[in-house]
Ligand binder design. Structure first.
Ligand SMILES: C[S@@+](CC[C@H](N)C(=O)[O-])C[C@H]1O[C@@H](n2cnc3c(N)ncnc32)[C@H](O)[C@@H]1O
Length: 208
């Protein structure tokens, strides 16, 4: 039988948050594809690796050339279903050659840290992209979780929603969740906008 490409959501970073199914797939792999940070953390020295970089077409070509005769896994952070390379693979490759092994999302862990249900929340990404739905959703009273980057920092997002007439709502920022350097900020949008704290690798939750 032909191999399939296993796409593993490895969770938010801490080893305890990798599922048993994900760990087994990585353990059995001959080739591991993923971002450098994930390869350093999860691939073993004897496994062949391919580091994902800006050229995703080259990565897809590598995967296509290798998966049929080698057991290959692709690592993505968090869950496969939330703003990950898994979506690109599903778009470009046949579903018959893919298996997704879900992981614990940074968003899921953030709501667990807040001890807050999130079945009605909306997840947006401002990580390397713009998404102009944020203000409208906050104004509509929807709890919104936002993935961030250096440009769309927690402070920038707080300033953006306040400048567009949103109330001074509660806001939380979870950084490096599940990792040794995890931090959680809890306050209001105004306090966040004025904060000098450096937030990296974080999820912002507005309205919970
Ligand atoms: C490309 S997205 C991937 C999201 C991932 N698929 C998930 O389910 O968490 C990367 C963004 O996720 C968030 N993120 C990933 N790991 C995180 C962590 N351990 N703590 C807080 N936020 C994290 C950050 O906003 C980061 O910029």
């Amino acid at each position: 039988m032909e191999n399939i490409i296993k796409v593993v959501g490895v969770g938010p970073g801490g080893p305890d948050y990798l599922t048993a199914a994900g760990a087994a797939a990585i353990q059995q792999a001959e080739v591991v594809v993923g971002g450098r940070r994930l390869l350093d953390q999860f691939a073993r020295p004897e496994q062949e690796t391919y580091a994902l970089a800006a050229n995703l077409d080259a990565a897809i070509e590598f995967i296509q050339q290798n998966y049929k005769h080698k057991r290959l896994v692709v690592l993505v952070s968090g869950d496969t279903g939330i703003y990950s390379f898994a979506a690109t693979l599903a778009e470009k490759l046949s579903p018959n050659c893919l298996e997704f092994i879900p992981g614990i999302s940074s968003v899921q862990l953030m709501f667990a840290r807040l001890k807050s249900p999130w079945q009605d929340a909306v997840v947006l990404s401002r990580h390397g992209r713009e998404d102009h739905r944020l203000v409208g959703m906050v104004k509509a009273g929807i709890t919104v979780a936002v993935l961030t980057d250096a440009k769309n920092s927690p402070q920038a997002l707080a300033k953006e929603v306040l400048a567009n007439g949103c109330h001074n709502l509660p806001v939380s920022v979870g950084c490096n969740l599940s990792c040794a350097n995890e931090t959680i900020f809890r306050g209001t949008l105004a306090a966040l906008a004025e904060s000098n704290q450096k937030f990296e690798n974080c999820v912002v939750v507005i309205g919970a």
